[in-house]
Design a protein around this ligand. Structure first.
Ligand SMILES: *[C@@H]1O[C@H](CO)[C@@H](O)[C@H](O)[C@H]1NC(C)=O
Ligand SMILES: *[C@@H]1O[C@H](CO)[C@@H](O)[C@H](O)[C@H]1NC(C)=O
Ligand SMILES: *[C@@H]1O[C@H](CO)[C@@H](O)[C@H](O)[C@H]1NC(C)=O
Ligand SMILES: *[C@@H]1O[C@H](CO)[C@@H](O)[C@H](O)[C@H]1NC(C)=O
Length: 245
């Protein structure tokens, strides 16, 4: 096989993978605890299966569900499913079902796991993580294209996302906000989104989002778009409208 043919098929493959990711069919990120905390042959596994089954039925109703199952004196699973604030309940259902299926495949025996898609996040653990900011699970993505004025652009993204963070945390029962802002005298627009898992208090939601916004210059300075997706909150900005209705 000639190297040029090899290269072109590689490009095609990369493109196909990118496309899948944009469409949200592949998870962006997943993590599974090691076998040290194995669930093999345990009550935990049975409880986890029941819990996951009910969370993915409940999540589409409000875009969020959390719960725990089992006896107090035994290991019990705590789990949550969060859908992005702009997805329909049927897309939420599809995503939650896929996440549930996929995490079982990727993490058959771990007691702790997280998986994030474009449309939803699923997470479980044997410790009670509700109401706590998750600093351990974080995932970054950015648009490879650069902006021409990174200094100003960075100020604007911080301004927009900070406004959205305030709105999400203090003026939204879903801890979710999306919005836009004019750039360059209105010839260009900046679009953003901020969201927290609904087990967080308003104060912790803001803390989590401020942390994510503060990381953006370090991971995506001067990039036309980026997202920070964590186990408790996420922010996204782009220069094209990406919010799904
Ligand atoms: C869910 O999984 C099915 C089958 O693997 C796939 O066709 C579909 O695109 C996935 N949807 C999402 C939103 O991940
Ligand atoms: C295993 O469980 C213990 C106690 O619940 C926890 O401290 C530890 O971090 C866990 N290890 C892994 C790899 O998840
Ligand atoms: C963006 O800028 C970086 C750093 O200056 C450069 O390496 C990269 O090639 C640029 N990307 C594009 C798509 O032009
Ligand atoms: C909250 O939202 C409502 C309706 O969108 C708006 O009228 C109000 O001013 C907002 N309050 C704050 C504190 O932002």
């Amino acid at each position: 096989m000639s190297s040029s043919r090899f290269t072109s098929s590689l490009y095609l493959l990369t493109f196909a993978l990118l496309l899948q990711n944009v469409l949200g069919t592949d998870p962006h990120f997943s993590r599974c605890s090691s076998n040290a905390n194995s669930t093999a042959n345990s009550f935990y596994k049975t409880s986890l299966n029941v819990l996951m089954g009910s969370l993915y039925h409940l999540a589409p109703v409000e875009g969020f569900a959390l719960g725990s199952l089992g006896q107090n004196n035994q290991d019990r699973p705590y789990g949550l499913v969060l859908c992005r604030g702009d997805v329909s309940s049927s897309d939420c259902r599809t995503c939650a079902a896929n996440a549930t299926r996929e995490i079982r495949k990727r993490c058959p025996n771990g007691k702790r796991a997280i998986i994030a898609y474009d449309n939803c996040l699923l997470k479980y653990s044997d410790s009670d993580f509700f109401g706590q900011i998750d600093d351990q699970n974080k995932f970054y993505m950015w648009n490879v294209n650069n902006v021409s004025n990174p200094v100003l652009f960075n100020e604007k993204t911080t301004e927009l996302l900070s406004q959205l963070a305030d709105k999400a945390c203090y003026n939204s029962s879903k801890l979710y906000a999306a919005g836009e802002m004019d750039l360059l005298e209105g010839s260009m627009k900046l679009y953003g989104m901020a969201q927290c898992t609904r087990d967080l208090s308003s104060v912790d939601c803001k803390k989590c989002l401020d942390g994510a916004i503060g990381e953006l210059p370090g991971v995506a300075y001067g990039k036309q778009g980026a997202r920070v997706v964590g186990g408790s909150c996420m922010v996204i900005y782009e220069i094209y409208p990406f919010v799904k209705a």
